[in-house]
Structures are given as structure tokens and as C-alpha cells.
Design a binder for this molecule. Structure first.
Ligand code: GAP
Length: 527
């Protein structure tokens, strides 16, 4: 991290530590790089971010089912997915100072170091960015954490902590399909811990070794099946309405763009305005060999523009791999497709096969396989394709924290300047929704009402009680926690039941009844 950028994350990191959002893991032992703990406010915030995603992605839709699978799975899963063979960073070591580093990050390290040392071997263009020494040949380093299952430390008992939540979704695809009454197109969503032995965990929680992901695998019909069913495939060139109901005749590129738009809507809803992130469409040479498209949603973090999450169109690669490695069929039976194919005569089928073969061959695929694929389609069978929106909980939390953080310069009536530190969280993710204060602690009547109000509200949302210090100080404490509303119960409450509600962002106060406040809060918390 460059020095000037480091400094811009520092006030936020200091606030997060001071107010109990984020601590170093195992801090009393000096911490452990790439591991972070969430404190009282951080754990509430995290829960809200995850709940928001679950509500938006699973409960708010009819076509997505949830899954909660184990972290350690059969090691063959990682062979099938490719992680065992290819989930690696290229590592190199300086033969002189013995520093270990990622070969693909050497350029960045040169820049971070500001001044490049002279190479000790004249003319070398790949040398240690710290001392100029000679570097070893880069070697792949697998990022998966290994463990042993059972009491015997034998290679046959090696298992891995999952590096992504996605693979469990593929491995449980047929179970979910047969127990959830879903039919393609539909999705399976999962959130939970993932582990990557990152060589250089950095930028606070941005790249950690233990983190959480929120992933959706949305299974769709192959375009060729849609062609048989509807006689056409809707593409982006047809300008489909991505804000309306999803349509059965959408092809993969429309589904992909639809999910990019859905993810952007979600980010807006939890507090990231559209102008604060960009879509990066990976170029053909950047795509994995099986992927048809991949969009990274990038956010301008204080340390630079970086990937927040990704939305990939992964074809039928994952389910095909699991079918191949497990020997268990992963195809689905699609009766409407079979019925539609029945209406095609021999000539139409032959023409269809020829068209598909041409398309497959133009994409470097095998003509015979294309024929077999078409014949399966005529019988109503195919392996679903998948669109994968994949997000990191911690990375999104960091973006929301960066977005919310503000140091406001305020001047009071007497011209005195002051700094107000405030987290402008969306109420949907704010760790504390409302704080309740009795104006005067010693006034029995107001104190009792305030306490009753607090007890009523905390049955609904996370509330905070504060009776100490001046009201102004109490407001400031809540501003730093990102609490959207502060309620103060005063003598007028005893007379007419209204209390003041102070808005965090405008700092304006209004008098509301309990019912009026509930309406206001409920509206702000709803998706
Ligand atoms: N299943 C696809 C997949 O895992 P990825 O781009 O490797 O794709 C998806 O990860 C998201 O997970 C990233 O966009 C990021 O938000 C989060 N993520 C990945 N590695 C991370 C790390 N080391 N620390 C924190 N978040 C990470």
C-alpha cells in the first residue's frame, strides 16, 4: 500500500478499532496477518449486510433457494473444480535477502517502494524490489489451506478449507433440484466462510486469509434449448426490459446482464451510489477458458480502484466437471423442451444440428459433441449453464465503511470550529438503528417513559440506551457508530407522548409519536 493511501485508510481503521467494528485477530499475541475480528458494532453491521443480501437474493425472490454447506468437503471437489491444479499464485524468492513475494506483484512493489534499487546483476529486468538481488524462478503456490481429517496424518486424509462457497452449490445441485420444487431457470445461494492462504494479505480487510462470501449460482437453459422452445433467443441487441419480470426466452447474455443490474441495485440499496463504482467487462483474453463473460464491479477504495465483486457467465463448466469426476449425472430433464422438440421433423432437426455444430466449431469446440448435445436436447436433457454473482462480505463492508466515513468541519453559533466524525450508513445496514436517551436522568417520569420506549423498540431492532453526558455528546457517540436516529424523551413526552427524533445526516430534529416513528423506521429498513 502506498504511503499516501495508507494514511487515508488510517482514520477509518482507527475509528473501527476505537468503536468496536474491527480488531486484529489474536491481538494480545501480536495479531496474525490476514485475519480480522468484528467487534460488537462490526458483528451487527456484518449480520445486517448478510441479511440484506439474503433478503434481496433469496427470500425476496421465488426462483432462488438457499444452501448452508460444510467448509470441509470431499477433496475430489477441488480436483473437479480445478482448484487443486490451478488455484495458485506464482511465488519467487530473493536469493540474497530471502524475501518471498508474488511474482505478478513485483511491478506494484517497485512502485510502492518508490525508488527501485539497482539490479545486482547488470541488465536484469526482473530483480528483488527490496535489495536488487537475483530472484528464483517463479513457482506456483496453491492458495488452499490444508488440513487432516481424522487422527492419522496421512496424505490420503488431506482435506482443504474451502476457498469459495460456490463449489458446494454445484456438488448439491441435484439434491436441491429434487427437494426444492425449482426448475431451470433457478438459483441456489450460499453465504459463509472461505479461506485462501493469500501470499500478501493487504489493504486492511480487503484481502484476508479468512473471509466470507455471498454467492449465487443461477442455472439457466443453454441458448440452444431456448431456440427449440421459443424459436428465438432474446439477446441484448433486442433491448430486453431488465427491470421487469424475468423472461423464459432470455439467452445467457441477457441473464448475465440482468444479474449485473441486480447486483448494482443491491449495492445501491445498501448504500453505495452508482457513481461510486464501475463495471469492468473482462476482455476475451482475460476470461477463463470456459467463461463467456465476466464483469467485475470495481469500487474506488482509498488505496485505488479494486474489484468489489464479480458476475461471471460460466457456461456448463462446473456441473460438467462434477459429472465427469463423480460419475453422477448432473443433467436435468426439461419436459417442455422435449415436447417442443417432438414437434420438429427430421429435416428441422438435421438443420438444427448443423447450425449448432457450426457455432460450436467456430468457438473451438467439437462437432461430434455438438451433435450429441443436440440429441440430448431433443430428449429434453441438458446440463444447465450458470451465471455466478459472487461477492465478498468483508470487502463490501470495507467499501460501505469507506463510503460512509466523513469528518465534517462544523462551526457553532459562537464561531467555534469542531470536527464531527460520522458514518453515513444506510439504515438497512447500520449496526444500531436507534438510540434512546432520557433528557434528564434524574427526572423519574421521563426516565420511565424512555426506558419503556427503549424496551419496546429493542424487540424490533438493535437499539442503544445512553443516559450519560450532555445530549450533544450522546449524539456524537451515535454519529461515530452510524446510528441513523436518536430519540430523546423530555418533559413534553409526559404531556403529549411525542419525543424528539434527531436525524444523523441532517442533524435536524422533529417531534414524533411512537407510531409515527415506527412508520418512518420501517419504511427506511424495507427493501
Ligand atoms: N466463486 C467465484 C469466486 O470465488 P473470486 O473473484 O475469487 O470468485 C469472489 O471471489 C469475491 O470474493 C471477490 O470479488 C471478493 O469480494 C471476495 N474475495 C475473494 N478473495 C478475497 C480475500 N482474500 N479477502 C476478502 N475477500 C475476498
Amino acid at each position: 500500500m502506498a504511503e499516501e493511501n495508507k494514511s487515508s485508510l488510517e482514520p477509518l481503521a482507527a475509528l473501527c478499532k476505537r468503536r468496536g467494528f474491527i480488531y486484529h485477530s489474536s491481538e494480545i499475541y501480536g495479531g496474525i496477518p490476514g485475519f480480522w475480528d468484528y467487534g460488537p458494532l462490526g458483528s451487527e453491521f456484518k449480520r445486517n449486510v448478510k441479511d440484506a443480501w439474503w433478503q434481496f437474493t433469496v427470500r425476496g425472490r421465488e426462483d432462488v433457494a438457499g444452501l448452508d454447506a460444510t467448509i470441509i468437503m470431499h477433496p475430489k471437489i477441488w480436483k473437479a473444480s480445478g482448484h487443486l491444479d490451478t488455484f495458485a499464485d506464482p511465488m519467487t524468492m530473493c536469493k540474497e535477502c530471502k524475501k518471498l513475494m508474488r511474482a505478478d506483484q513485483i511491478k506494484d512493489i517497485y512502485e510502492e517502494q518508490k525508488k527501485k534499487p539497482q539490479p545486482k546483476i547488470a541488465g536484469a529486468d526482473f530483480f528483488c524490489p527490496y535489495c536488487g538481488g537475483e530472484l528464483t524462478e517463479p513457482k506456483p503456490f496453491n492458495l488452499m489451506f490444508k488440513t487432516i481429517v481424522g487422527p492419522i496424518e496421512d496424505p490420503s486424509n488431506v482435506a482443504y478449507l474451502r476457498p469459495e462457497t460456490a463449489q458446494a452449490i454445484f456438488a448439491q445441485f441435484t439434491n436441491v433440484l429434487s427437494t426444492s420444487r425449482q426448475q431451470v431457470p433457478f438459483g441456489i445461494a450460499q453465504m459463509g466462510k472461505s479461506f485462501r492462504n493469500e501470499v500478501t494479505p493487504r489493504n486492511y480487510t480487503f484481502r484476508s486469509r479468512e473471509f466470507e462470501q455471498m454467492e449465487l449460482e443461477f442455472f439457466i437453459r443453454p441458448d440452444e434449448a431456448i431456440e427449440i422452445l421459443y424459436g428465438h433467443v432474446v439477446t441484448l441487441a433486442d433491448n430486453p426490459d431488465l427491470d421487469g419480470e424475468v423472461q423464459q426466452d432470455w439467452g445467457w447474455e441477457v441473464w448475465h446482464k440482468y444479474w449485473v443490474e441486480q447486483r448494482k441495485k443491491f449495492l445501491n440499496a445498501v448504500g453505495l451510489p452508482s457513481e461510486r463504482f464501475v463495471e469492468y467487462w473482462q476482455k476475451p483474453d482475460e476470461l477463463a477458458h470456459y467463461a463467456r463473460a465476466c464483469v467485475d464491479i470495481e469500487y474506488d477504495f482509498p488505496f485505488g480502484r479494486q474489484e468489489l465483486e464479480g458476475i461471471a457467465a460460466r457456461s456448463d463448466f462446473d456441473l460438467s466437471q462434477h459429472q465427469k469426476h463423480s460419475g453422477e449425472p448432473q443433467s436435468v430433464f426439461d419436459d417442455p423442451l422435449k415436447q417442443a422438440a417432438k414437434k420438429m421433423d427430421e429435416q428441422a432437426r438435421a438443420a438444427f444440428i448443423e447450425k449448432v455444430q457450426k457455432d460450436w466449431v467456430s468457438r473451438g469446440k467439437d462437432a461430434e459433441e455438438a451433435k450429441k448435445f443436440c440429441e440430448d436436447l431433443f430428449n429434453g436433457r441438458y446440463i444447465p449453464h450458470v451465471i455466478e454473482p459472487s461477492a465478498g462480505v468483508d470487502r463490501l463492508m470495507l467499501a460501505l465503511l469507506c463510503e460512509a466515513y466523513e469528518e465534517q468541519k462544523l462551526t457553532d453559533d459562537k464561531g467555534k470550529e469542531d470536527i464531527r466524525t460520522v458514518l453515513h450508513f444506510s439504515p438497512k445496514v447500520a449496526p444500531i438503528k436507534v438510540a434512546v436517551f432520557p433528557l434528564i436522568k434524574k427526572d423519574e417520569a421521563t426516565y420511565k417513559i424512555a426506558r419503556e420506549l427503549f424496551n419496546k423498540l429493542r424487540k424490533k431492532v438493535n437499539c442503544f440506551w445512553d443516559e450519560s453526558g450532555q445530549i450533544g455528546r450522546r449524539y456524537r457517540r451515535q454519529d461515530e457508530a452510524g446510528t441513523p436516529w436518536c430519540i430523546t424523551v423530555d418533559p413534553q413526552t409526559v404531556e403529549d407522548g411525542t419525543f424528539t427524533v434527531r436525524d444523523r445526516d441532517s442533524m435536524q430534529q422533529e417531534r414524533l409519536t411512537y407510531e409515527q416513528f415506527l412508520v418512518k423506521m420501517t419504511e427506511a429498513l424495507e427493501f
